[in-house]
Design a binder for this molecule. Structure first.
Ligand code: MOS
Length: 814
């Protein structure tokens, strides 16, 4: 459904070998579904875990990248003479160096850039790279490189990029490919059938991935073999890209990514920095470490593009939708990618007539990359607020409007059914747990603090599947090892893998270790992204454990002298059903002891045909808006999520809370700010770029899993969660704010300034009717604003429910 190319290693149709025996589904579970702390929690919290950023090798050099300071410029000349004489400098590469003429930024089989390009198309494009004895010497040397640029006219706004006469960023104009159209039915007939039509344009701002660990790699050569430690979401994908650009056999490229500090999609693509490190390490015969400073991560490692989205929805008076027309414009930045948002309006609701157009343009800004449900939170911001506006026109509860239009199939040609169509369950169970009906009936309040509730729904368009291979080893003492290639990008991958082995074989969790994310020593897996790691890899883990179990059963049958079908495997013991005296604990199986280890291999079986599997969700929130200061406090949030079977309830909750936090960022606090005069990013740091903190998220938040195993989809019955968790969040906040204020704010983020402007625009409309009271009311507003300020100061140290200090005044205004 999604056309992201980076969820698999390359574009070929995925295939995996067949399992000998079918595994699952479980009827009951004792480990799976419980709350388990991460198997690597101690390492992560104590600092013992070695992230790529921590890797330090004997004799290692440090790299630093010289980047273009202009939004758009041609490199006329680069003089490295002085830099080469700087202390500690061992090598410098530019686009003129041997082996650097490499096409880069692949999209749909074509490349829109090069490893070094003589045209720099955004602030941060790479010009030269230095390797030196220390990080500071490397940075100093980049400053000594003399570059002559010819500055070119630039465009940073996606609407302006479409205008005639806009600076061309690539040959052939600023539109990337053809606009993508999704359509069904007859849109004009659909609107003709409608009793009510709502049309509105919404905007979201550009959001940065803001990973805690910066992007970077360490590269080391042993003869003609390359080893790379990379902060990546997919070691096999980095291996494939390095082998391609360096013209090496896959077997000579080893990529290791044991820990990584956040990716959210920005570490799906192979970084130029990885190739630079490899080239410099080969030139110097020394290991090279190249990690980006925070500013470079902000300008040059991806973003969720800003979007402008126009939604037109028609419905009959009973609330049934008749037509959705949707146009979305976004920018992929300087190099080709998709900035589309059109999937959600096409498929979230049952509606016969749809016309959706996505246009992506180039701008002179950092390239977009997949970011946590690429396109979908933006679409939800538009669609789900338009649905609330439609509900208001229809005088319907927004919940009822959504329940009236629930799809159970994917509305494409053959109308394939969803294997687990749980949108209704998310809305019904979630609204009940939240107390939606009572909360929605409440008035916003008479004072200056207005409260309101909002909800939004969502679905995610990727389900996972083959290929995945996993090996489980059971050692003679009954301890076990899981060997899988998937990266654990912070989503608890290692932990649920161990839990599945514990469930299937009865091995205690603390006697299971996990080998993962190393192309030399672990099994093949696709990158961890698209919310597909659980549904792609968990069935392979189960199949591998099941293979071990079947071997143990046959060993025990010989030893106990009973037929295999008479045996049952309960906890960590195998026994005869017909003769209870014949039983044996697994570690006492003689042939296990003689072999030393029993090895089981499991594969990901293909997905069923003619059906579609998606995760669904609905989120509900309550906000309080201070109409004098424009401050927005999020009081509570509830996420009702259908992701099939819950593997680890603790991790499930945390995914949902993390997704909400990121969605609050999109809706309330985050915004990449590019300077109109220079095209440069002015908030490329964690002080001025506002990711939500503990004080910005809601003090009270709940996760409500629907937890219906989708056994038709795969053997563990689990679907994805990481991306759905962030899809409806911003829209739910938008709807709650509109309910609290009685005014709809169409542009995210909902900063105090936007909120005050919206209030003032609406009250100046009201005041046109009776301006006599205005002066008096302003005076009293001022008095109570002062009082309000005092109250806030007094209560600064006070604790809100949940032990979280009350929200600090936002500093977010430029
Ligand atoms: Mo995600 S955007 O697939 O890491």
């Amino acid at each position: 459904m999604t056309d992201r190319h980076d969820y698999h290693v390359d574009g070929t149709p995925p295939e995996t070998p067949a399992n000998d025996t079918a595994a699952g589904p479980w009827s009951t579970t004792t480990v799976v579904g419980t709350r388990q702390p991460r198997v690597d929690a101690y390492e992560r919290l104590s600092g013992a875990a070695i992230y790529p950023h921590d890797v330090s090798l004997p004799g290692m050099l440090h790299g630093a990248i010289l980047r273009c300071p202009h939004a758009h410029a041609r490199v006329l000349s680069i003089d490295t003479t002085e830099a080469e004489r700087m202390p500690g400098v061992r090598a410098i590469i530019t686009g003129k160096s041997p082996g650097t003429d490499i096409p880069w930024y692949e999209n749909g089989g074509a490349f829109s850039g090069k490893l070094f390009d003589e045209i720099c198309r955004h602030e941060g494009d790479e010009v030269a790279v230095v390797a030196a004895e220390t990080p500071h010497q490397a940075v100093d040397a980049t400053r000594a490189i003399k570059v002559r640029y010819e500055e070119l006219p630039f465009v940073i706004d996606h609407t302006a990029a479409l205008e005639s006469g806009a600076p061309a960023i690539h040959e052939g104009g600023n539109v990337v490919g053809e606009p993508r159209v999704r359509a069904r039915g007859d849109i004009a007939a659909g609107f003709a059938e409608a009793d009510v039509i709502v049309e509105r344009t919404y905007r979201t701002e550009c959001q940065i991935h803001a990973t805690m660990e910066p992007h970077g790699s360490v590269a080391r050569w042993d003869g003609n073999r390359l080893t790379v430690w990379d902060s990546t979401q997919g070691v096999f994908s980095v291996q494939a890209n390095l082998a391609r650009v360096l013209a090496m056999p896959l077997s000579n490229v080893r990529v290791i990514g044991h820990y990584m500090g956040g990716g959210f999609g920005s570490k799906l693509e192979t970084g130029k920095y990885t190739v630079y490190a490899a080239i410099l390490a080969r030139m110097t015969a020394r290991p090279v470490k190249l990690f980006l400073p925070r500013e470079d991560c902000m300008t040059s490692t991806g973003n969720r593009p800003a979007n402008t989205m126009t939604v037109k929805i028609g419905a009959r008076s009973d609330g049934s939708l008749t037509a959705i027309e949707y146009r979305s414009l976004g920018s992929c930045g300087a190099y080709a990618d998709g900035a589309g948002t059109g999937a959600l309006p096409t498929y979230l609701y049952q509606v016969a007539n749809v016309h959706v157009v996505d246009t992506t343009v180039y701008t002179n800004a950092g390239k977009a990359r997949a970011m946590r449900a690429p396109g979908v939170p933006q679409a939800a911001w538009a669609l789900e607020q338009a649905m609330d506006e439609l509900a208001a026109e229809l005088e319907m509860d927004p919940l009822e409007l959504r329940l009236k239009n629930i799809p159970t199939t994917l509305q494409v040609e053959h109308n394939p059914p969803f294997t687990s169509p749980e949108l209704r369950a998310c809305l019904e169970t979630g609204s009940e747990a939240f107390g939606w009906t009572e909360s929605f009936a409440r008035e916003p309040g008479d004072g200056h603090l207005k409260r309101g509730v909002g909800l939004a729904a969502g679905m995610w368009f990727y389900a996972g599947g083959p290929p995945s291979t996993v090996v489980v080893k059971l050692f003679a003492d009954g301890s076990a090892n899981v060997n899988m290639g998937a990266s654990d990008i912070g989503c608890g991958t290692k932990t649920w893998a161990a839990m599945i082995v514990a469930e299937e074989l009865g091995v205690p969790l603390d006697r299971i270790t996990v080998e993962h994310a190393d192309t030399a020593t672990t099994q093949y897996a696709t990158p961890s992204g698209g919310s597909k790691t659980v549904p792609s890899d968990s069935p392979a883990v189960l199949a591998a454990a099941r293979s071990v179990k079947l071997q143990l059963l046959s060993f025990a049958a010989d030893q106990l002298e009973v037929p295999v079908d008479d045996l049952s495997y309960v906890d960590f013991e195998i026994g005869s059903r017909s003769d209870s005296s014949k039983r044996i604990p697994v570690p006492k199986i003689e042939r296990l002891g003689r072999r030393g280890v029993v090895l089981g291999t499991g594969y990901r079986d293909p997905n069923p045909e003619d059906t579609v599997t998606f995760p669904f969700c609905a989120q509900f929130c309550e906000v309080e808006v201070n109409t004098r200061t424009g401050e927005l406090r999020i009081l509570r949030f509830l996420g009702a999520h259908d992701s099939g079977r819950v593997l680890n309830r603790l991790t499930f909750d945390n995914q949902v809370f993390g997704g909400m936090a990121m969605g609050i960022g999109l809706g309330v606090t985050e915004e990449r700010v590019l300077d109109r005069q220079t095209g440069k990013m002015v908030n490329a740091n964690f002080h001025d770029y506002k990711i939500p903190t503990m004080l910005d998220v809601s003090a009270s938040h709940d996760c409500l899993p629907i937890d219906h195993p989708d056994n038709a989809f795969n053997s563990t019955g689990a679907k994805g969660l990481g991306e759905p968790a962030t899809i409806p969040t911003a829209a739910a906040v938008g709807n709650a704010v509109a309910r609290a204020l009685g005014v709809r704010i169409t542009d995210a983020p909902l900063t105090p300034r936007r909120i005050l402007e919206a209030i003032s625009a609406s009250s100046s409309r009201d005041n046109a009717r009776g301006s006599r009271d205005a002066a008096a009311s302003r005076k009293s507003d001022l008095r109570s604003a002062e009082a309000d300020f005092d109250v806030r100061r007094e209560s600064r140290g006070e604790e809100a429910p949940g032990g979280v200090p009350s929200r600090r005044p936002s500093r977010k205004e430029a």
